[in-house]
Design a protein. Sequence first.
Length: 95
Amino acid sequence: MTGRQRIASALGGATLLAVAAILLAASMAPTWVKAGLISAVQEKTGRTLEIEGEPALGLWPRITLGLGRTSLSEKGSRRVFARIEGARLSLAPLP
């Protein structure tokens, strides 16, 4: 295999992986993301996370997660410890 063939194979493989990742992320239902966040917070902290509405997912040009009104309870209680009106997290894969 020549150098050009190796480079072409590597680029083809990287493109295939990128397309697969995008399709996987696009197929994730926002309710699945919401349930996963709530479950993880409960397991790790013993607190209750409440998210109003469905999370918003974005893939291009940045990978983003938007949350509506969100609250976190005190540990072992339903009393609200902290509340935010909304949040948006983003990751820029390219500079």
